[in-house]
Design a protein around this ligand. Structure first.
Ligand SMILES: [Zn+2]
Ligand SMILES: [Zn+2]
Length: 394
């Protein structure tokens, strides 16, 4: 942000609240009032709880714990457990490769066969329709960590992890969501077919198929199979995705851009098939790897390269090494494993694995105050400003 931007911002809407600078957002903002000013987080805004959703998630977790207990105690066959892990893996790839790297970010191109595989496996995961998933995620990137972000991490761990799904949307999420260009998704008949028949497809692919196989082939009862292959599997997979929105926005380092809230987290990458290198991903959202090539646990990037060798994926987009190096030098917090400084790396310490869930983890590197211009952040390439330039990037 330039000096004149900062002045404008101060004059416009910054107020001092709890000794911290926050952008003032009118709590009584109507859904139709155009958002024309800088966007931050109004900490005085209180989200309204949607109790129906909260109770639904509670019930889901009770059944999921019951299912996990059946696995741990060996009540269900090892074949059922293995089948559940396979479904969990395939559904998770449907989300990371299908919903995230392909449909949201268009980081590579796919043949109709691969698109059909991605839409089917994303349905298996049950994380809402492809259309809704991508709309929310594009909004998350445009207005990351502000009131325009559906899961604004500035509102704390629980809110950005799963609390946002139990709250009424902030008016900025509703209004800025309408500005997100979804024309490419509307033009894709597979995405629109899935959207139209989502509930039927969900019943068939996310519930019936995973549950019926252990009953028909491994001798399980319908009830035990439902608890393990649906409830336990679904909740594990949801938390794997949610950790990207919570841990990977809150606890870790920012070697690529310290002005961005998201962080690098090997722990989340391990759980989410490579989605935890999140500071890199928000710096270069169009990169199919969502990480530097050298980073580990990126099973999704390896699978996209496999699809490329099979002729199913092509035109894989990647930030050039020069682009990455320049960004690290210009905006990084100095903690990069190769191009960082000893001093910045020393600001992050831990005994054993370097991760915030390790109780000895300590960092003096602080999160930025995220304040964005009304047009938000780039989504498809470095010079992208707002909607409608998807075609320019391809
Ligand atoms: Zn994110
Ligand atoms: Zn993303």
């Amino acid at each position: 942000m330039t000096a004149s931007d900062k002045k404008k911002l101060k004059a416009n809407n910054v107020k001092d609240c709890n000794q911290k600078k926050h952008v003032h957002v009118n709590n009584n903002q109507s859904d139709d009032t155009p958002v024309t000013r800088y966007i931050g987080t109004d900490y005085s805004y209180k989200h309204q709880i949607v109790w129906k959703n909260a109770i639904g998630f509670l019930i889901l977790h009770v059944f999921a714990l019951w299912g996990l207990a059946l696995v741990i105690t060996g009540t269900v066959s090892w074949k059922t457990s293995l089948w559940t892990i396979c479904v969990l893996y395939i559904g998770s790839e449907g989300v990371t490769i299908g919903a995230h790297r392909y449909y949201t970010h268009r980081s590579f191109k796919a043949t109709p066969l691969l698109r059909a595989i991605l839409v089917t496996t994303q349905t298996l995961a049950g994380q809402n329709s492809m259309f809704i998933w991508c709309r929310d995620h594009r909004l998350h990137h445009r207005y990351s960590d502000t009131d325009g972000d559906p899961h604004n991490s500035k509102r704390g761990f629980f809110f950005c992890h799963m609390g946002w799904l139990m709250c009424k949307k902030h008016p900025y999420v509703i209004q800025l969501g309408r500005r997100i260009d979804l024309s490419d998704l509307q033009a894709d008949w597979m995405v629109m077919f899935q959207k139209k028949y989502y509930y039927v497809l969900y019943l068939l692919l996310a519930i019936y198929l995973p549950v019926c196989v252990p009953v028909l082939y491994f001798g399980e009862t319908w009830w035990n199979s439902l608890l393990v292959s649906y409830f336990a599997r679904y909740v594990c997979e949801l938390h794997g995705t949610w950790f990207v929105n919570s841990i990977a926005h809150l606890y870790g380092t920012r070697p690529y851009d310290q002005n961005l809230q998201p962080v690098e987290s090997w722990f989340v990458s391990f759980l989410s098939l490579g989605e935890g290198w999140h500071n890199y991903h928000h710096a270069f959202p169009w990169d199919y790897k969502a990480a530097e090539l050298t980073m580990h646990f990126n099973f999704s990037a390896s699978l996209i390269r496999f699809f490329e060798r099979m002729g199913l994926a092509y035109d894989l987009k990647s930030a050039s090494p020069d682009m990455v190096t320049n960004r690290i030098k210009r905006a990084g917090d100095g903690s990069h494993y190769e191009l960082g400084t000893e001093e910045a790396r020393a600001a992050v310490t831990a005994t054993g694995p370097l991760h915030p869930l390790n109780p000895t983890y300590n960092t003096t590197l602080k999160a930025p105050d995220v304040i964005l211009k009304p047009e938000g952040l780039p989504l498809y390439h470095e010079h992208d400003v707002l909607n409608g330039d998807l075609n320019k990037s391809t």
